[in-house]
Ligand binder design. Structure first.
Ligand code: FUB
Length: 461
């Protein structure tokens, strides 16, 4: 029979309490985890861009069941707090390039003079080789159009990264197994001179053993940027499995010096691919792994860690976490929020909405969405959501702190006659105050219940 706590010897009690504390720290905390960033689809090859106060995260998209980099389109997500991410769908696919046939692999977006340029590798249908295309848009969310109608450059190699130096000179780097660059013209869609091969020396890119064809660690996925006058080239190293390493140089074209490992091999995907940005005073390291259920080398997921450079500008070692990056600030529940903005989504999927943007769909009983750090301040009085249902609807339970946490309101969703026939539903809210993690938990009968496009709380008059 267990001994009541009060009767335990003091030493055993301290031991038990320590164990309980340790268990609480080590317990799997699915509800706390915010990595990977996207849970509704598999994503890969992150390319973050900071623009106008938001982080835009461009990714590849591993198809469900992919067994060999089956990738047909690219995706965009954005965040203003590094914890809640909005799904913006797919503004670019292989089909955007009339000359391409397959392989929507790793690219990067940059902005110049109000236009957004997305450099991507795809298979050129005419040659059967990988080529680099460039798409252009007026907004970071697209829609992106093929800027040229043909490849920008083609040599059978992949993974473009684009960098614009302080003097306005832009460079495109790419390559696997080699490493190339060209100097882009100001139009960002043509270049001067010919592609130049960056010497892959062991001083520049470390040494690999056991592969005479590839004597350095450089594998693929370069990411070039400049910080405090130093040029950084972060890259995927030594397949397989890959780790992330980096080199630095005094100029954009070298000479490069190998600086070591940033992220060791881990995470259940034999590739990794990095993107690095500074945002709101912190530095962030994006990468991918196989962390979602069903995840692996061809079903990857993008994740992010916050980090700080060492005082001398070198990278610390960064390891993968399930916690992700800390939230910067809070989310305002009193302005209209997209339902596809979340820190974690369980069970649901997203789709383009007839009202613009995306909506949350394929909702079944028990699915939920976590919105991190909703600042309810003095308290919410009511909740309104824009919903649709081709069936008989269901309920949105408003819960705090966890998917089974305290329930502060319940909104009934009726059938609306169609999955894109939208109506507003409202319900009273009691007990939502302060800054809390909000869970929209979906309940009802069997099958798909309803869709949600937007939601918003209001305070008492
Ligand atoms: O996603 C396809 C390829 O896998 C990318 O182009 C590489 O960087 C590797 O991540």
């Amino acid at each position: 029979m267990p001994t009541p706590l009060g009767l335990m010897p003091r030493r055993s009690l301290i031991w038990l309490l320590s164990l309980l504390c340790l268990a609480a720290v080590l317990a799997p905390t699915a509800a706390r985890a915010d990595n990977p960033v996207v849970q509704t689809i598999y994503t890969a090859d992150p390319a973050p861009l900071v623009h106008d106060g938001r982080v835009y995260l461009y990714t590849g998209h591993d198809e469900d069941g992919s067994t060999n980099f089956t990738m047909k389109d690219w995706r965009v997500f954005s965040s203003s707090d590094m914890a809640n991410w909005t799904d913006h769908g797919s503004p670019l696919s292989v089909e955007t390039f009339s000359w391409a046939s397959a392989n929507a692999w790793a690219g990067q977006v940059t902005e110049r003079n109000g236009k957004f340029y997305w450099y991507v590798p795809v298979t050129n249908a005419a040659t059967g080789r990988m080529a680099i295309g460039v798409a252009v848009a007026d907004s970071p969310l697209g829609p992106f159009q093929d800027a040229l109608g043909h490849p920008l450059v083609e040599n059978g190699e992949i993974d473009p990264t684009v960098f614009i130096d302080d003097n306005g000179q832009a460079y495109l780097y790419w390559g696997n197994p080699n490493l190339w660059y060209v100097t882009l013209n100001e139009d960002m869609t043509s270049y001067s001179g010919s592609p130049t091969r960056i010497p892959l020396t062991t001083e520049g890119f470390g040494s690999r053993t056991g592969n005479p064809d590839r004597p350095t660690l450089y594998e693929e996925g370069p990411w070039v940027y400049k910080r405090n006058g130093l040029y950084y080239m972060v890259f995927a190293a030594e397949c397989c499995s890959e780790f992330i390493a980096y080199s630095t140089a005094p100029g954009p074209t070298g000479p490069w010096t190998y600086r070591g490992t940033i992220m060791p091999r881990e995470g259940g995907s034999f590739t990794n691919h990095a993107g690095v940005v500074d945002y709101k005073g912190n530095s962030y390291f994006f990468y991918h792994n196989g962390a979602l259920p069903g995840g692996g080398g061809f079903t990857r997921s993008v994740a992010v860690e916050r980090f700080a450079y060492n005082a001398d500008g070198t990278f610390p070692t960064i390891t993968m976490s399930s916690a992700g990056a800390p939230q910067v600030g809070t989310l305002n529940p009193y302005v209209r929020q997209e339902a596809e903005t979340s820190a974690w989504a369980s069970g649901i999927e997203t789709q383009p909405s007839s009202e613009g943007g995306m909506n949350v769909g394929w909702i079944e009983n028990g699915d939920w969405i976590k919105v991190k750090g909703a600042a309810f301040r003095a308290g919410a009085a009511s909740f309104t959501a824009r919903v649709s249902s081709q069936t008989t609807g269901g309920r949105i339970e408003l819960r705090l702190d966890g998917a089974d946490g305290p329930q502060v309101g319940t909104c009934t969703v009726p059938g609306t006659g169609g999955w894109q026939t939208w109506v507003n539903v409202s319900c009273p809210v009691h007990g939502a105050a302060g800054t809390r993690n909000l869970y929209l938990k979906f309940a009802g009968g069997s099958g798909y219940l309803f869709n949600v496009n937007t939601w918003q709380f209001s305070t008492a008059p």
